[in-house]
Design a protein around this ligand. Structure first.
Ligand SMILES: NC(=O)c1ccc[n+]([C@@H]2O[C@H](COP(=O)([O-])OP(=O)(O)OC[C@H]3O[C@@H](n4cnc5c(N)ncnc54)[C@H](O)[C@@H]3O)[C@@H](O)[C@H]2O)c1
Length: 94
């Protein structure tokens, strides 16, 4: 993948509204990363993202839903992703 194929500063954080994910989101923003969060808010909280609202690309949905997962990785490939979604189905995407 070269820089023309992807936004190299974009990082996807699944479960970014959760306890660990939201801390990672804030730190990535501090480091100058663009951040996309994918979360279904099953255990996460919107208030965890209040501070960064407007600075992140938020996709609300389930990572196990293929159209949602594809949306999270488009229109350009995501060069880095941090998996903080707490789901027993995570192996489905590997
Ligand atoms: N908190 C800890 O001390 C700790 C320690 C070791 C490991 N972990 C692991 O780290 C991960 C995150 O922990 P946490 O404490 O931040 O949990 P959390 O419940 O606060 O965060 C998980 C996030 O994932 C989201 N989520 C769950 N299923 C999803 C799905 N199918 N699609 C999209 N989003 C989904 C939830 O809404 C939530 O925002 C877990 O796997 C946990 O087992 C946590």
């Amino acid at each position: 993948m070269n820089s023309e194929d992807a936004n190299m500063s974009l990082c996807l954080v699944t479960g970014g509204a959760g306890f660990i994910g939201s801390h990672i989101v804030r730190r990535l923003l501090e480091l100058g990363q663009d951040v996309r969060v994918l979360d279904n808010f099953s255990t996460g909280h919107r208030k965890n993202l209040t501070e960064v609202a407007g600075r992140i690309d938020l996709i609300e949905g389930d990572i196990c839903d293929m159209p949602t997962a594809q949306r999270a990785g488009s229109p350009k490939p995501i060069p880095s992703a941090l998996w903080c979604a707490n789901t027993k189905y995570q192996g489905m995407l590997y």
